[in-house]
Ligand binder design. Structure first.
Ligand code: ADP
Ligand code: MG
Length: 319
């Protein structure tokens, strides 16, 4: 979660006809902070509530940041076990649930391979190395550490334990969505009924903006300046996963940060992006990554089983 990324979903805010007409709608404030390795943007009418929402996101960052030695995730990755806080336990339980539902496509234990490939992406960006493909041996060794069935949970004692040494987890495919949901809960507790939160493309639209639904533009995966389509949402979440923000090109092939846990290589199935619209941001975040890994057919088959979910799968060949 270290790398700062540009937001993939650009928020198109309506020019408020109310204000133009002189009606007394309270003005919206928009603030962006760098958190969770990305830009977190909140649009809402109440500044105190906005600060409270940022606070909630910060709490999840403190739990799920692999690069801070004091975080729960770092302590679990270092020691192989931990007495987990309720949020950390929820993150791991939810991840394991989708590991099972997806037949292993969503797998937080893919962490060692994520590190390998993210280092390669960094080297490519800094033009540090010509040798961008990791050795097969290295990938093979790391693959032996993968499998969320090797994470043991003792719910009663809030204990999380790895059953194989050397394992580690990465919550990059779920933590931003979860943090958004926590922020929404806090806002609701404060009586807020209109707000938009966008954590690096993991978005929740609370209520409406004035009389209209929130108008969200989803970025074109191959043209950052262009929007591919728009959504009008109310009390819904949307998340997009794709291969266009963290990647390098080699011999005409794209290597991104989303890893196929079966092969140890970045996903290579013809998809360019997956957008999921559903009722909460955690599920949208998990499912966008999962369907990106599964590919179109298997992804659609999984989505058919999940209630209240809409999606847009964009294939490379469509663009
Ligand atoms: P982003 O983090 O760019 O918003 P995603 O939500 O799709 O995008 O999550 C991708 C992140 O999830 C990766 O950067 C990595 O940390 C993690 N990840 C990569 N592959 C997998 C996978 N197969 N299962 C679960 N998490 C993954
Ligand atoms: Mg995700």
């Amino acid at each position: 979660m270290r790398q700062i990324k540009f937001c993939r979903a650009c928020i198109v805010l309506y020019c408020s006809l109310f204000i133009l007409a002189g009606c007394s709608q309270k003005p919206y404030h928009k603030e962006t902070r760098i958190m969770m390795g990305t830009f977190v943007e909140i649009t809402c009418q109440d500044k105190t509530a906005m600060n409270a929402a940022f606070e909630e996101i910060k709490k999840i960052e403190n739990i799920a940041n692999k690069f801070s030695p004091a975080s729960e995730i770092s302590r679990l990755n270092k020691n192989g076990e931990i007495k987990a806080s309720p949020d950390f336990l929820n993150l791991i339980k939810e991840s394991k649930k989708y590991y099972a539902l997806s037949g292993g496509a969503f797998d937080i234990t893919v962490s060692p391979l994520v590190d390998t490939w993210k280092n390669k992406i960094k080297e490519a960006l800094e033009k540090k190395s010509e040798n961008l493909l990791p050795a097969e041996d290295e990938l093979g060794d790391k693959l032996t550490l993968v499998g969320s069935d090797k994470i043991f949970i003792n719910q009663k004692e809030s204990l999380v334990k790895f059953t194989q040494s050397g394992m580690s987890i990465d919550l990059g495919g779920i933590a931003k969505g979860y943090a958004v949901d926590k922020a929404v809960l806090r806002l609701k507790a404060l009586g807020i009924n209109s707000c938009l939160i966008n954590a690096g493309g993991n978005i929740y639209c609370l209520g409406k903006k004035g009389k209209r639904k929130w108008h969200i533009g989803i970025q074109h995966p191959r043209n950052p300046g262009k929007l591919l389509f728009y959504l009008d949402l109310e009390n819904q979440a949307v998340a997009t996963s794709g291969d266009y923000e963290q990647y390098f090109m080699l011999a005409g092939k794209r290597y991104s940060h989303i890893i196929n846990p079966e092969t140890g290589y970045p996903v290579d199935n013809g998809l360019a992006s997956v957008t999921i619209i559903t009722k909460d941001a955690t599920t949208a975040d998990i499912l966008s990554t999962t369907v990106f890994v599964l590919g179109k057919e298997k992804g659609q088959a999984l989505l058919e089983k999940i209630a209240n979910t809409e999606y847009r799968i964009i294939e490379e060949k469509d663009l």
